[in-house]
Design a protein around this ligand. Structure first.
Ligand SMILES: CC(C)(COP(=O)(O)OP(=O)(O)OC[C@H]1O[C@@H](n2cnc3c(N)ncnc32)[C@H](O)[C@@H]1OP(=O)(O)O)[C@@H](O)C(=O)NCCC(=O)NCCS
Length: 182
């Protein structure tokens, strides 16, 4: 899917939100690894990463050509500072109206409005793709993310007390959230 929008951040700077393409593999992967080093709230650790620049390029190419999945980049001064995506839950008839949402922003750029803008762009893209529901799972202590999701209309529908096992802090409860799109 395609997306292209430029927004003005809380610090007055410009940020371009656009779908990643084959050319963005290296920069997108660098941001992915960086954000996974900066927080313990994401699914994987940087040392578990199996992507290469080449594989990331292929992934972004497929997403750009997809009719119902997207990977968005947030770019500030030509540098990728955040990623967010919409992925289908499955292709089986019973689940094909559901999609999953994921997001991460470089810590050095938190609080500027990038997370909200990426979230809105993903919601708009999921709607455009025709999904009925957008879903996510968030670590219960991740107050910033939960506040963001609630304010964009996501509602909690359950919790998984043993959702993640952190190598630093042990069990992390996951809050399951959903947004009805139609
Ligand atoms: C969650 C995340 C994407 C937010 O990105 P961001 O660019 O800082 O978000 P924004 O600046 O657009 O802020 C959006 C909202 O988040 C909430 N928020 C942001 N920082 C917050 C903080 N320190 N404390 C509480 N709420 C906060 C606020 O509701 C804010 O809205 P407001 O500006 O109107 O008050 C970012 O912190 C991040 O990437 N975290 C690490 C990865 C992660 O946790 N991903 C989510 C996994 S489910």
């Amino acid at each position: 899917m395609e997306y292209d929008e430029t927004i003005i951040l809380k610090n007055g700077g410009a940020c371009r939100l656009r779908n990643g393409t084959e050319k963005d593999g290296a920069l997108a992967l660098a941001n992915y690894i960086l954000t996974h080093e900066q927080t313990d709230y994401l699914l994987t650790y940087p040392d578990e990463n199996i992507m290469t620049g080449e594989r990331e390029s292929q992934f972004l190419k497929e997403r750009a050509e997809s009719a119902d999945e997207i990977e968005l980049l947030a770019e500030v001064e030509g540098v990728v500072v955040g990623l967010a995506g919409v992925s289908r839950v499955g292709t089986a008839e019973k689940v094909r109206r559901r999609a999953e949402f994921g997001i991460s922003v470089d810590k050095n750029y938190w609080g500027l409005g990038i997370g909200r803008a990426l979230t809105r762009a993903c919601v708009a893209s999921a709607r455009r793709a025709g999904y009925a529901q957008l879903e996510l799972a968030v670590v219960a202590e991740n107050e910033a993310a939960i506040a963001l999701y609630r304010s964009e209309g996501f509602v909690e529908y359950g919790r998984n007390p043993k959702g993640f096992y952190s190598r630093y802090s042990g069990w992390q409860e996951l809050v399951l959230m959903r947004l009805e799109l139609r």
